[in-house]
Design a binder for this molecule. Structure first.
Ligand code: SAM
Length: 314
């Protein structure tokens, strides 16, 4: 079976020296050099021979090779053309890897269409294929990658990724905690999220300034189907956390300022039993969904529109 080279720190630094390059900070080039953790990430992704794996950030291809050993197909995206070249050499023994040399994101809110097209293509090759994301993500774009994929037309069944610990804490945060916010609610409303391992900077080369974590996110399409309008929920949650320190009532009044009166807002809140001193950060995911539905119904009634949108999007 094809195997990728063991990319220890001495191997990586020698390869970089040979081509006269240094890891590029701007692109978050911190390579995972602990071989046990590379294996742990690949194992936690629970890949099998039906899977189409998307990896963002090929780097030198150490994870790409591990994924290719287990999955039907790997699509790996690398923004840096020098790394793309080096990884192409590392990975030439595999015949189930498609390498893309580009930015994985079109912009902050959208995936690159070429990446989506590649996933769709490989998903159609055979019945029963399952799409998964697995990667040591570039930290500067980890949040848009995760949230855009969850909103894309093709959502991965699981995402097993290395991210900054601070972001992992936000993803798993419980109501009332300092890390709890729009992202926690948005992701937890359609997924289960688990921190697999916290990692110190020393398992990367070069060392980042912060701790990291491997997380495993499992998406449940049936939870998604419970929403009348998931985009509305997304916009609502963001708007409700926009002024974190304010009472929920005043945040809602300003979120709906061109659409609902203060009396409308008060009616919705009191029907759900939220008093004048309630704060959004105290609401759990279910309560947030109920609140969103109630506001949406109110908007339907007041505006007469069947699919109202939030006018004041943050
Ligand atoms: N997979 C390697 C590993 O595990 O050691 C490298 C991971 S490194 C944290 C992130 C990689 O993502 C870098 O190779 C970097 O050049 C690449 N990258 C950064 N921003 C990117 C983007 N927007 N699209 C695609 N690749 C990107």
């Amino acid at each position: 079976m094809a195997k990728v080279n063991r990319q220890t720190v001495s191997y990586l630094s020698r390869r970089f020296e040979e081509v006269g390059l240094n890891p590029n900070k701007r692109h978050g080039q911190n390579f995972l050099i602990d071989l046990n953790l590379l294996n742990l990430l690949a194992k936690s992704a629970q890949l099998d021979s039906n899977d189409v794996v998307l990896e963002i950030g090929t780097g030198m291809g150490s994870l790409t090779g591990l994924f290719a050993e287990q999955a039907a197909q790997v699509i790996t995206v690398e923004i840096d053309e020098y790394l793309y070249q080096m990884a192409s050499e590392e990975l030439e023994v595999f015949d189930n890897i498609q390498m893309l040399k580009q930015d994985a994101l079109k912009n902050k809110n959208q995936f690159a269409p070429e990446v989506i097209a590649a996933i769709k293509h490989h998903m159609q090759v055979e019945d029963g294929r399952v799409f998964k994301l697995a990667a040591n993500l570039p930290y500067n774009v980890a949040t848009p990658i995760i949230s855009n994929l969850l909103r894309s037309e093709i959502v991965p069944k699981t995402m097993t990724v290395t991210i900054q610990k601070e972001l992992a804490d936000r993803l798993v945060a419980a109501p009332g905690s300092k890390d709890y916010g729009a992202l926690s609610i948005w992701v937890q409303s359609i997924c289960d999220v688990e921190i697999v391992r916290i990692m110190s900077p020393k398992v990367f080369w070069p060392r980042p300034k912060v701790d990291s974590a491997i997380i495993h996110i499992e998406h449940f399409p049936e939870r998604r189907e419970q929403f009348e309008d998931l985009d509305f929920f997304y916009a609502f949650v963001r708007a409700m956390f926009f002024h974190r320190r304010k009472f929920m009532r005043s945040v809602a009044v300003s979120a709906f300022k061109d659409q609902l009166t203060k009396t409308d807002v008060d009616q919705v809140l009191s029907e759900l039993g939220h008093g004048a001193d309630a704060r959004t950060e105290q609401l759990d995911v279910k309560q947030m969904q109920l609140l969103c539905n109630a506001f949406r119904q109110k908007l339907v009634k007041v505006t007469g529109e069947r699919n109202p949108k939030l006018a004041n999007q943050s």
